[in-house]
Unconditional design. Structure first.
Length: 298
């Protein structure tokens, strides 16, 4: 039983540490807290006058927004090893959300004291322990249940996609190869002078490297070149070849005809390409589009 629980908490969990996601998540939770407080009025708040009570609800919502946004913004920056996207799991997510929930409770305690005192109301009833306990049971328990449910759902979905995609790859590998049609691809650098030209079938994958892209290809043997360009610029140039050339990650474009195997978990997929040693990741945001691309193209 203990081993199963440990395995569950170690299960990979999708993470998005981008600033925009922090703000959206914080705003959503802040609005939810405000509506929840109006609907249920816990901690005996219904006995307060209307104006301070309304200000308290607004303050609780703002506190939830700030706690989520600032914690998500600061902690990944100061503890990058703990908050690595590829190392994020269910247990870490529950632990971090528990911390944020307790910060919301602590902030709500001080918001309550400040507003009550500003209106000359008694603060004898304001106790930190009941507020923290209430916040814990209102927040942590349902959040943990939702995270565990989502972790299981993400894992099952990933397993279905991996199985389905590998089946399509096996079916494609069994078909005869058409060697007559040879399509050419041309990539042009930002200076509009440096170019790369090759048969589409020779291209393996393209990776972003700061202000450059590294183009991996194979003729008689595997080779690579650097072009000064953004991956977005290259993606626009290869648009006529979509979805055969597919952007699967913010830093990677792959030739799906080179894919030999797909593995994955709740965080996304990983592609094993022919004659490529290291697997190429497929970000979770691209998984559904990748699944459709492989099914329609292969």
């Amino acid at each position: 039983m203990l081993q199963r629980a440990i395995a569950l908490f170690k299960r990979p969990y999708p993470a998005d540490f981008s600033p925009s996601s922090y703000l959206i998540h914080g705003l959503f939770v802040g609005i939810f807290v405000f509506i929840f407080m109006i609907a249920f009025q816990p901690f005996g708040l219904y006995s307060l006058p209307e104006l301070p009570r309304t200000l308290l609800y607004i303050g609780y919502g703002i506190m939830a927004f700030l706690a989520i946004s600032l914690n998500n913004l600061l902690f990944p920056r100061f503890l990058p090893g703990f908050f690595r996207e590829d190392g994020w799991n269910t247990g870490k997510n529950i632990l971090f959300m528990t911390w944020i929930t307790l910060i919301i409770g602590l902030g709500s305690y001080y918001v309550t004291l400040a507003i009550c005192r500003s209106f000359g109301l008694s603060t004898n009833w304001v106790r930190i322990t009941p507020i923290l306990k209430g916040t814990f049971f209102i927040g942590v328990i349902p959040i943990s249940a939702i995270i565990l449910f989502e972790s299981h759902r993400f894992q099952q979905r990933s397993e279905r996609i991996v199985s389905e995609t590998n089946r399509r790859l096996d079916e494609h590998a069994a078909r005869p190869v058409n060697t007559e049609a040879v399509e050419k691809i041309v990539l042009i650098a930002e200076n509009n002078r440096d170019k790369f030209s090759a048969a589409l079938t020779d291209l393996m994958h393209i990776d972003a490297e700061e202000n450059y892209v590294r183009v991996h290809f194979k003729k008689s043997q595997a080779d690579q070149i650097l072009l000064r360009s953004s991956l977005g610029r290259i993606e626009r140039q290869i648009r006529p070849f979509y979805p055969r050339l597919f952007r699967c990650h913010r830093a990677h474009i792959v030739n799906i005809s080179r894919i030999r195997k797909v593995t994955g978990n709740a965080q996304g997929l990983r592609l094993t390409l022919e004659d490529v040693e290291n697997p190429i990741p497929v970000s979770r945001r691209y998984v559904d589009e990748f699944r459709r691309a492989v099914i329609n193209q292969l």
